[in-house]
Structure formats: structure tokens, C-alpha cells
Design a protein around this ligand. Structure first.
Ligand SMILES: [Zn+2]
Length: 126
């Protein structure tokens, strides 16, 4: 059996632990087993500590936080590019549309892991 988070730690420490483990897409309870069986699919339970990961329901929170993060990056970049280079609309779209898709698909699984870790820390199950 691997290290399991000590329950006597403070709630902020537990939250940081859950976030750190979740961002690595690991089981928030032990930090060793993989929490995901696919791109976004959660395992029903941890392969190391048998924690029931599948009972956590992240729902719309990961896409919401992903859009929030990527929106700030893309809008800031597009406005900066507009002011410094005054490019055509076609150039703006050809840069920022693929950037938006790539960043969303890149961030989403890690943000879902962070949401999972937060749910674990706050003992919120669906
Ligand atoms: Zn585990």
C-alpha cells in the first residue's frame, strides 16, 4: 500500500495536496495511481489504493475553468497583436483559432485533474 494522505492535516494542506496530485492526473488520495483511463475518462477506482475515483463528478467545472484560462490568454494575445501589428482579420483568425483549440485540448485534462483533486480535498462526491 502506498502513502495515503494523512487525515489530520489542515484543510488548506489537503487542498494543495489534491490540486498537486490532480494536476499530475494522479489519484488525489494516494498520488501514485493514475486517475484517468483515457483522455478525460476517470477510472472507477485507483489501481493502487482502490479509492473510488469514479464517484467524483466534475461535470461542467473543467470546461468552465479551461475556457476562463484560455480566454484570457487568447484575448490578451489577440489584442496585443492587434495593437502592435494591426494584422488582417484573416491572419488574426489563422493564428488564434488553432491556438484556442490547441490550448483548450491541452489544458482540459489537467484542469479536470485539478477539479478532481479539489473535490477530493473538500469531500464532494456526485
Ligand atoms: Zn490512489
Amino acid at each position: 500500500m502506498s502513502e495515503v494522505h494523512a487525515p489530520e492535516k489542515s484543510s488548506s494542506s489537503r487542498l494543495l495536496t489534491g490540486l498537486r496530485r490532480g494536476l499530475r492526473r494522479k489519484c488525489p488520495n494516494c498520488g501514485h495511481g493514475f486517475a484517468f483511463s483515457g483522455y478525460l475518462t476517470l477510472r472507477s477506482q485507483c489501481e493502487v489504493c482502490e479509492h473510488p475515483i469514479g464517484e467524483y463528478r466534475c461535470d461542467d467545472a473543467p470546461p468552465y475553468f479551461t475556457i476562463l484560462l484560455v480566454g484570457h490568454i487568447v484575448v490578451g494575445g489577440a489584442l496585443s497583436m492587434e495593437q502592435s501589428m494591426n494584422p488582417s482579420m484573416a491572419l488574426q483568425l489563422s493564428v488564434w483559432l488553432p491556438t484556442t483549440v490547441i490550448l483548450c485540448l491541452g489544458f482540459l485534462p489537467f484542469i479536470k485533474g485539478a477539479v478532481l483533486g479539489t473535490q477530493w480535498a473538500m469531500k464532494i462526491k456526485g
